[in-house]
Ligand binder design. Structure first.
Ligand SMILES: [Zn+2]
Length: 110
């Protein structure tokens, strides 16, 4: 992947991620009042649907910067889901140099 494609990338805004997570937790909490215990399966569907959306949103809008070689790359949803997260960092294997490192998280402007 060339760097030009990510010219519009900016340093990730950690606060934006927190807001989305907070909205999700609020949705789960509020819906539990209305749906539990009678409609627990509906509630579970909301949780799993919300989680799938979160992962999709995360993978779609973010790219990663390898601290070793400077490569900017994206990861699959699965990889995004299983790899550990830090504040503005994510532990990933770089597709260019093949090393595992804490890559900087970049946000792609829409
Ligand atoms: Zn690299």
């Amino acid at each position: 992947m060339t760097r030009n494609r990510y010219r519009e990338v900016t340093q990730s805004n950690w606060y934006g991620t927190v807001q989305v997570l907070f909205a999700f937790i609020t949705l789960v909490t509020v819906s539990s009042f209305f749906l539990l215990p009678g409609y627990w399966y509906l509630w579970l569907m909301i949780i799993f649907g919300g989680l799938a959306l979160l992962v999709a949103w995360h993978a779609k809008n973010l790219a990663y910067l390898c601290p070793r070689c400077g490569e900017v790359f994206k990861v699959s949803r699965f990889e995004d889901f299983i790899s550990p997260n830090g504040v503005n960092k994510k532990y990933l294997r770089c597709p260019r140099c093949g090393r595992q490192a804490w890559a900087d998280i970049l946000r792609i402007k829409e």
